[in-house]
Design a protein around this ligand. Structure first.
Ligand code: NAD
Ligand code: ZN
Length: 343
């Protein structure tokens, strides 16, 4: 992405200066470089990682050292294009896939661009995100959406992509029996995707009864309290969207021989897992690091009403209220909070 040029017109952005400190500021509207488009941002979902940066000023090795624009779940409209991009794209409503891989490394060339070591990802220091009136993105990461998909849903294609990637990695298919631990937005979306992929049973667990109720309305067929014994469920696929050691351990105990474990949740980096059980049952295990090539499928599933993201929105705020939005997104009764920079 190009650096904004100082002679450009200005826009409003929300800046995180340090843990606990966000403010509205003005900065130049960025200029789309070769192969990029300028997007007027319509809606931005708040992710747990935004709240984490706000509360702690860092996630692992990524430390907020300069003022940072948060927000990476975004939609909007193309208002200008850089060199090499057709003018015809101006005016298109799009969902932003918030990543810029190098396109040259082994992972990029093999289609696993989410694993690119040179990745520039929105709202990950030092790369700015989308709590701004305008952003630039590579034109092939600006995915056209039909009018039937709302601005909020188009923004939430980002977490939907995490759910799609998790189900693809787990090879969820018609008739699959699936367990998801954690009924936060990612777990509930993964449950919906599993059903859209044809799963016949989707078990979900959480410590919060309120969240389990939401999950049962959106994809899950069975709900279990986090402490319940899951051994013997014999699911084909277990997706962890909680990140807690207890969730991962109990989930693995519920996987059938030759089943698959998909680790999505971010918790401690080192947890104790039942290696003997994984070995004796020949359980396959994979991580999920964001997603690759998921937007086209996400857009089709939404356009066909096979996934409902709009019902997951519990709050929305203007750009001047990002702090309130970040604080409001916490709590079991909340699912997705949306920031509307255009208002
Ligand atoms: P969230 O915090 O809203 O949801 C996590 C849920 O897990 C909560 O409802 C919590 O009550 C529940 N939980 C905690 N302990 C549990 C236990 N022992 N058993 C069952 N449930 C338990 O987060 P989210 O936005 O839904 O995201 C889910 C996880 O996925 C987070 O850890 C997030 O960081 C991670 N994530 C990973 C990727 C990736 O690319 N790997 C992308 C997005 C999010
Ligand atoms: Zn690369």
């Amino acid at each position: 992405m190009e650096n904004p040029k100082s002679e450009n017109p200005m826009m409003r952005v929300s800046l995180l200066d340090a843990a606990g400190s966000v403010r509205l500021a003005e900065c130049p509207i960025p200029v789309p470089g070769h192969g990029e488009v300028l997007v007027r941002v319509a809606a931005v979902g708040i992710c747990g990682s935004d709240t984490h940066y706000f509360e702690h000023g860092r996630i692992g090795p990524f430390i907020v050292e300069e003022p940072l624009v948060l927000g990476h779940e975004a939609s909007g409209r193309i208002v200008a294009v850089g060199a090499g991009v057709s003018d015809h794209r101006i005016g298109e409503r799009i969902s932003i896939e918030p990543q810029a891989p190098c396109r040259r490394c082994r992972q990029c060339k093999s289609g696993q661009y989410n694993l690119c070591p040179e990745m520039a990802f929105f709202a990950t220091p030092p790369v700015d995100g989308a709590f701004a009136e305008y952003v630039v993105i590579g034109e092939d990461f600006a995915h056209t959406v039909p009018e039937s998909i709302s601005d909020a849903a188009a923004a939430l294609i980002e977490p939907l992509s995490v759910g799609i990637w998790a189900c693809q990695k787990g090879e969820v298919q018609a008739g699959s029996r699936v367990l998801v631990t954690g009924a936060g937005p990612i777990g509930v979306i993964a449950a919906q995707v599993a059903r859209a992929f044809g799963a016949s049973e989707v078990h979900i667990t959480d410590v919060s009864a309120e969240r389990l109720d939401v999950a049962l309305l959106h994809g899950a067929t069975h709900a279990h309290h986090a402490g319940d014994r899951l051994e013997g469920l014999d699911v084909d696929v277990f997706i962890d969207a909680a990140g807690a050691e207890a969730a991962i351990r109990s989930g693995i105990s519920a996987v059938r021989p030759a089943g698959t474990v998909v680790l999505v949740g971010l918790g401690s980096d080192d947890v104790s897992i039942p290696v003997g059980l994984i070995r004796n049952r020949e359980i396959k295990m994979t991580g999920v690091f964001r997603y690759a090539n998921t937007w086209p499928l996400a857009i089709r599933l939404l356009a066909e009403d096979r996934i409902d993201l709009d019902s997951l929105v519990t709050d929305s705020f203007g750009l001047e209220d990002v702090e309130k939005a970040l604080l409001s997104s916490r709590g079991a009764g909340k699912m997705k909070t949306i920031v509307l920079p255009g208002q």
